[in-house]
Design a protein around this ligand. Structure first.
Ligand SMILES: Nc1nc2c(ncn2[C@@H]2O[C@H](COP(=O)(O)OP(=O)(O)O)[C@@H](O)[C@H]2O)c(=O)[nH]1
Ligand SMILES: [Mg+2]
Length: 221
C-alpha cells in the first residue's frame, strides 16, 4: 500500500449525496451545484493523523448506466492496483427522503464488494437527515430500518446517518480510520479486474446488469 492513505470508494444512485460528502470532507463548498458526476474523481485530504482519498463515482441509475459506471470504477480500481493502493472501504449512499432502494442497486453493490469486504469494510450512509421534518423522524427511521434490512441481507453491518454537517461524517471517518490490517479484504471487482482484465461483461456485477437490462427489454416488449 502506498503510504498509509485510506482509499474509500463512494457508490450509490445519482443525487444521493456522494459529491456533496466528498466536497464536505475536503471543504470545497458542498452547496455549489456541480451537476451530475460523469467520471470518477479523487478527493484527497488529511486529518491530523490520517490521510484519506475519497473516490467519487457517477451514480447508479439504470442497468444500462450501471454498466458504464462499472466500467469507470473498474478502470479506477485497476489504476489503484497498478499504484499498489488498496481500497480500504466503500460507502453506499442513500437519500433518506427516497423510500426505495432499487433491487438491482443492492445486487450490484453486493457483487462489486463481495461478502468478506461487506462484513467489515462497507458502510451504508443515509443522507439528507437535515431535510427531514423533526416531527416526521419516526417515519424516516422506519425507512432507515427497511433499508438496513436489505443491506444486512448482504452481510453489511455498519449504518450511519448524515445530516449534511458533522453528524455521521465524523463517525464514518473514525470507523474507517479504526480498521486495522487484520480486517483486510479485497473488493470482488478488484480481484476480477486483476484476474481477467477490464472486460466488465465478464465480471459478476457486469453479468448481473446485462441480465437486468435484458429483463427490462422484455418488459417493454
Ligand atoms: N441538505 C442536504 N443536501 C444534500 C445532502 N447531500 C447532498 N445534498 C444536495 O443534494 C443534491 C445531490 O447531491 P450530490 O452530492 O450531487 O449527489 P450525487 O449525485 O450522489 O453526487 C445536491 O444539490 C446537494 O447539494 C445532505 O446531506 N443534506
Ligand atoms: Mg455526484
Amino acid at each position: 500500500m502506498a503510504g498509509n492513505e485510506i482509499v474509500i470508494l463512494l457508490l450509490g444512485p445519482s443525487r444521493s449525496g456522494k459529491t456533496f460528502f466528498a466536497r464536505h470532507a475536503t471543504r470545497q463548498g458542498e452547496n455549489v451545484n456541480t451537476g451530475p458526476t460523469t467520471e470518477c474523481a479523487d478527493y484527497p485530504f488529511t486529518v491530523p493523523t490520517k490521510r484519506f482519498l475519497l473516490i467519487d463515482t457517477p451514480g447508479f441509475d439504470s442497468p444500462r448506466e450501471n454498466l458504464s459506471v462499472l466500467e469507470r470504477v473498474a478502470q479506477r480500481l485497476s489504476e489503484l492496483e497498478n499504484a499498489s493502493q488498496e481500497v480500504g472501504g466503500v460507502i453506499y449512499f442513500h437519500n433518506i427522503t427516497e423510500r426505495t432502494v432499487p433491487w438491482t442497486d443492492v445486487e450490484l453493490f453486493g457483487l462489486i464488494c463481495g461478502q468478506q469486504f461487506l462484513r467489515r469494510r462497507t458502510v451504508l450512509l443515509t443522507t439528507m437527515w437535515d431535510k427531514v421534518d423533526p416531527q416526521k423522524h419516526d417515519r424516516y427511521n422506519n425507512v432507515q430500518t427497511q433499508v438496513e434490512q436489505k443491506f444486512k441481507g448482504l452481510s453489511a453491518r455498519q449504518f450511519f446517518k448524515f445530516d449534511g454537517v458533522t453528524n455521521g461524517y465524523e463517525a464514518v471517518m473514525e470507523y474507517f480510520a479504526g480498521l486495522g490490517p487484520k480486517d483486510a479484504a479485497q473488493l470482488t471487482l478488484t480481484q476480477e479486474v486483476q484476474k481477467s482484465g477490464l472486460n466488465i461483461r465478464r465480471t459478476k456485477a457486469g453479468k448481473a446488469m446485462i441480465l437486468a437490462m435484458n429483463r427490462a427489454v422484455c418488459v417493454v416488449q
